[in-house]
Ligand binder design. Structure first.
Ligand SMILES: C[S@@+](CC[C@H](N)C(=O)[O-])C[C@H]1O[C@@H](n2cnc3c(N)ncnc32)[C@H](O)[C@@H]1O
Length: 223
């Protein structure tokens, strides 16, 4: 556990329960959970075998983004899947709401290019395919981004969650997919202004888009 996370867990114990204190975010504002949130988060944890990043607010934002994207035409896409934590939570939530949309999940399943065999990342494509089996409309692709993109039949896109922890590959992948985004579609950047991700923010800002910086560290774009 890093010093920052240790300090945060001490603060969480000292503060009254109404404070949200995890994932580099401490606030007295109310953490408003979307409908079916707890069960959705638990489904996310099933994908990681219980490993908990304690980032509930970020997951709540992803669920909001997916629900908002249901108003637009197109498939749902995640770039950077790892164990499938966030997308499992999102899919569980949409299923509870009786909604389904084609969901495309893409990862190298070999970590970040040039930094392979990082033990933080899942290297088993098969385990992720097994995790998403309960949703026949979910498709898992293994490949390096952005190179793999031309081989995937996207059609149009309504929801795009980008989470590669690799600024150049994130931006290049977005640029490839940008023309497929439909009006009102939602792009969620997991690490846009997250603590320690200054390079990522600079790379995104260079595109001149209207990105909402969220206190969770995420960035939000409505197309
Ligand atoms: C932070 S994890 C994704 C976490 C996931 N979105 C979630 O919320 O549970 C980043 C993932 O991006 C993948 N990745 C990083 N660079 C990539 C690239 N250029 N092509 C494909 N996958 C990549 C890594 O393998 C890793 O699984």
């Amino acid at each position: 556990m890093s010093v920052k996370s240790k300090l945060q867990s001490i603060a969480a114990k000292l503060l009254p329960a109404r404070y949200y204190c995890e994932d580099a975010l401490l606030t007295g504002h109310t953490f408003v959970k979307p409908e079916y949130f707890d069960a959705s988060y638990q489904r996310g944890l099933r994908a990681t075998n219980g490993r908990d990043s304690r980032n509930r607010w970020r997951v709540a934002v992803a669920i909001w983004a997916a629900k908002q994207a249901l108003r637009s035409n197109g498939c749902f896409v995640e770039l950077g899947v790892n164990y499938g934590f966030t997308s499992s939570a999102v899919l569980h939530n949409l299923t509870a709401l009786n909604r389904r949309r084609r969901f495309i999940l893409i990862d190298s399943f070999e970590g970040v290019e040039g930094k392979r065999f990082d033990s933080n990342y899942n290297h088993s494509y098969e385990s992720v395919v097994a995790n998403f089996k309960e949703w026949p409309h979910a498709e898992v692709y293994k490949g390096w981004l952005p190179k793999v993109l031309p081989s995937i039949p996207f059609g149009t896109i309504a929801y795009l969650h980008i989470d590669l922890n690799s600024a150049r590959h994130e931006v290049e992948s977005f640029q490839f997919l940008q023309s497929m985004l439909t009006k009102g579609s939602v792009v969620l950047l997991d690490d846009y202004c997250y603590s320690g991700f200054t390079k990522t923010q600079k790379a995104w800002d260079a595109l001149g888009l209207n990105i909402l910086a969220l206190p969770t560290g995420q960035g939000l774009i409505i197309v």
